[in-house]
Design a binder for this molecule. Structure first.
Ligand SMILES: [Zn+2]
Length: 281
């Protein structure tokens, strides 16, 4: 069982590492990432796609669900990561352009109505609950959610939602800004991005600040990216962060930290260049 983060004061730098796109189709990659985090004593938020994605559904794979339950017992957190991780085909053109650029075609919650978002989130929560996996957190695929969709997430009882810019407590409405480091495999600036992942903790972690590092299954296709992510996590740990899950982060009563001058206008440190092709992310 991993420790729950130790003593956290208002000046303690915080780190949330999230393992994205956990599903039966990416079981091997999810296990690899969590194993690396276990080795470092880092608790993580595992973002699960419960619906049909890459040909598989969570309900069809009891072994993977059992592994997720063992992760929770070990101290990790399971979060809902959309239903099927795919942008609707009926998406308005302008939003589709943004969704493809920022989220590579996976912006499932970017143009949904409140009712549609509530329905998809409810379906996902029901699948997780049926497998003995309780969750209170949500990260929209591609970190994009419409304002209406966020109302839908609140309606189904979720406690928090994470986006490019921030972590929002849906119970209180408070938003906590936190930059994100993540890779864009196969982009032209992949190498420079990997360097930023490694140096990011030294650049952005200050007393009381929060940093997020997002790990994706496709990052493991590139050994250099895998190593850069692990070096970044190690650097953050050496800098004295307390590594928390998203759920525990809110329990530490973080203060609002405005890092806008250190991030892109979108508040995100995307490592690598945006791609136009719509691939799962
Ligand atoms: Zn995703």
């Amino acid at each position: 069982m991993l420790e729950r983060g130790g003593r956290v004061t208002p000046r303690t730098p915080r780190l949330v590492v999230s393992v994205h796109d956990a599903s039966p189709a990416t079981a091997s990659e999810s296990r690899q990432w969590v194993s690396q985090l276990d080795d470092r004593g880092v608790r993580t938020s595992i973002l699960v796609v419960p619906g049909p994605w890459r040909g598989r559904t969570l309900a069809d794979d009891p072994a993977f669900a059992a592994w997720l339950r063992s992760c929770v017992e070990h101290g990790h957190e399971v979060c809902l990561h959309g239903w099927d991780h795919a942008a609707p085909t009926s998406e308005p053109a302008r939003r589709a352009v943004v969704g493809n650029l920022v989220a590579r075609g996976c912006a499932e919650f970017w143009s949904l109505s409140e009712d549609e978002a509530a329905d998809r989130a409810r379906r996902g929560l029901d699948v997780l609950a049926g497998l003995g996996l309780a969750t209170t957190g949500f990260t929209p695929p591609g970190w994009l959610a419409s304002a209406q969709a966020i109302r839908g997430l609140r309606r189904v009882g979720l406690h928090y939602v994470t986006t490019h810019r921030a972590v929002t407590d849906l119970r209180t409405g408070r938003r906590f800004r936190a930059p994100v480091l993540c890779h864009r495999p196969h982009s032209r600036s992949e190498r420079a991005g990997a360097a930023l992942m490694t140096r990011g903790p030294g650049l952005f972690l200050r007393a009381g600040h929060m940093l997020r590092i997002a790990l994706h299954p496709d990052d493991l296709l590139r050994p250099g990216l895998r190593e850069a992510s692990l070096r970044g996590i190690d650097a953050a740990l050496e800098a004295g962060v307390v590594a928390l899950t998203y759920g525990d982060l809110l329990d530490t009563n973080p203060t609002h930290v405005d890092l806008a001058d250190q991030t892109t206008p979108d508040g995100v440190l995307v490592v690598g260049q945006l791609r136009r092709t719509a691939t799962d992310r």
